[in-house]
Design a protein around this ligand. Structure first.
Ligand SMILES: Cc1cc2nc3c(=O)[nH]c(=O)nc-3n(C[C@H](O)[C@H](O)[C@H](O)COP(=O)(O)O)c2cc1C
Length: 340
C-alpha cells in the first residue's frame, strides 16, 4: 500500500509518503526561499517522498511565526519557490505548500499580532489586536492572493493551515475565540473564517487541483476542541471541495500530550469513518511496517513524516527495501540500491 499511487483530482501522488510541513526558519526577513530550502526539499524528492508539503508559508508579513519564515505575500517570492518545485518534480515528487497565518502566535519584530480575541498565547507573547470584520475579510483575500502565487510557482496542492494554535485554529476553538459577532460563539460561526478562506482560495485555485486542510483534532484542554467537536467543525466544510484533512493536534495552549508512535492516528481514523474525508496521519511514525499497516487498516490515506525525514531524507528508499518493494531510484544513485 505504501508504494501505491494516490490520485486526487488531476494529481497523482506516486506513493503514500508525505513530508509533513516543517518550518525551517531559514529565510531572510524578506520571506524569500534560498539555497537552504532548495537543498532541503530537493533532497527529500531525490529520497523518494511522494508528496512534499512545503512548510508554513505566510500570507502576510505579520502572519509569520518568526522573522525568518517563508512568505508568499508578494510576487518576488514566487520565483525562488518555483525553482524548488520544478527541481523536485524532476524526481517524481508532487509538491504542495502550506499557506499559513500565525495569528497571536506571531513573534515577528515590529508587528502587532492579530487574533479573533485580544488574548495572548502566554505572558511571553504580545497581546494581539482583535480583528475587525473588515480585517478578517482582508485576510481571506491575502490567502487568495497567496494561492494565486502558489499556482504560478507550480505547486499542485495547497494546504490551509488551520491547526497548532495559529490564526484559523484560534477562531475554531472556543478557548481562544470569545467573539460575539458572526465569527464567534456557535460552531457555525467559529468555522466561518475557514469556510471563507477555502472559498476565497477556490476562486483562483483550479478545480482540478487538490486542497488540504490541516487541523488540530484535540486541544487537550477541557472546554476546547476534542474529537467530537472537530468532527462537528469539519462537517461544515464537507461540501466545500476540500480533498484531504491532514490530522494533527495540539498547539492552541500549552497542554500535556501523551506521545507514542501514531498517537494521532485515532483522530484520522474517526474523521475518515464519520465524515468520509480522505486523511493524512502524522506523529512519531518512523517504521515502514507501521505505515503499511495503517494504510491497510484504512486508518489514513497518506502517511506524513516529519522529524524522521529530517534525520533521514532517504527514508522512502529504505522503506521500500523493508517492504520488499522494487521502486525506481534516481539513476545517479542506482548503484546504491539494496541488492538483498
Ligand atoms: C522543525 C519542525 C517544524 C515544523 N513546522 C510545521 C509547519 O510549518 N507546519 C505544520 O503544520 N506543522 C509543523 N510541524 C509539525 C510537523 O509537521 C509534524 O506534524 C510533527 O513534527 C509530528 O510529526 P513527526 O512525529 O513525524 O515529526 C513542525 C515540526 C517540526 C519538527
Amino acid at each position: 500500500m505504501l508504494f501505491t499511487p494516490l490520485k486526487i483530482k488531476s494529481v497523482t501522488i506516486k506513493n503514500r509518503i508525505m513530508m509533513s510541513p516543517m518550518c525551517q526558519y531559514s529565510a531572510d526577513t524578506d520571506g524569500l526561499a534560498n539555497n537552504w530550502h532548495f537543498v532541503h526539499y530537493v533532497t527529500r524528492a531525490i529520497g523518494g517522498v511522494g508528496l512534499i508539503m512545503m512548510e508554513a508559508t505566510a500570507v502576510e508579513s505579520r502572519g509569520r511565526i518568526t522573522d525568518n519564515d517563508l512568505g508568499l505575500w508578494n510576487d518576488e517570492q514566487i520565483e525562488p519557490l518555483k525553482k524548488i518545485v520544478d527541481e523536485c518534480k524532476k524526481y517524481g515528487a508532487t509538491v504542495g505548500i502550506q499557506l499559513a497565518h500565525a495569528g497571536r502566535k506571531s513573534e515577528v519584530t515590529d508587528e502587532t499580532p492579530v487574533a479573533p480575541s485580544a488574548m495572548n498565547w502566554s505572558n511571553e507573547y504580545k497581546l494581539p489586536h482583535e480583528l475587525t470584520k473588515d480585517e478578517i475579510k482582508d485576510i481571506t483575500i491575502k490567502f487568495k492572493d497567496a494561492a494565486k502565487r502558489a499556482f504560478k510557482a507550480g505547486f499542485d496542492i495547497i494546504e490551509i493551515h488551520a491547526a497548532h494554535g495559529y490564526l484559523i485554529h484560534e477562531f475554531l476553538s472556543p478557548l481562544s475565540n470569545k467573539r460575539n459577532d458572526e465569527y464567534g460563539g456557535s460552531v457555525e460561526n467559529r468555522v466561518r473564517i475557514l469556510k471563507e478562506v477555502i472559498k476565497s482560495v477556490k476562486e483562483v485555485w483550479p478545480d482540478n487541483k487538490p486542497i488540504f486542510v490541516r487541523v488540530s483534532a484535540d486541544d487537550y484542554i477541557n472546554g476546547g476542541i476534542n474529537i467530537d467537536e472537530i468532527i462537528n467543525i469539519l462537517s461544515h466544510i464537507k461540501d466545500t471541495g476540500v480533498d484531504i484533512i491532514d490530522v494533527s493536534s495540539g498547539g492552541l495552549l500549552n497542554a500535556k500530550i501523551d506521545l507514542y508512535p501514531g498517537y494521532q492516528v485515532k483522530y484520522s481514523e474517526k474523521i475518515k469513518e464519520e465524515l468520509g474525508f480522505k486523511t493524512a496521519t502524522v506523529g512519531l511514525i518512523t517504521k515502514a511496517e507501521m505505515a503499511e499497516q495503517l494504510l491497510k487498516d484504512e486508518r489514513a490515506d497518506l502517511i506524513a513524516l516529519g522529524r524522521e525525514l529530517l534525520r533521514n531524507p532517504y527514508w522512502p528508499l529504505y522503506a521500500a527495501h523493508d517492504l520488499k518493494e522494487d521502486i525506481k531510484w534516481p539513476k545517479q544513485y542506482e548503484r546504491g540500491k539494496f541488492r538483498v
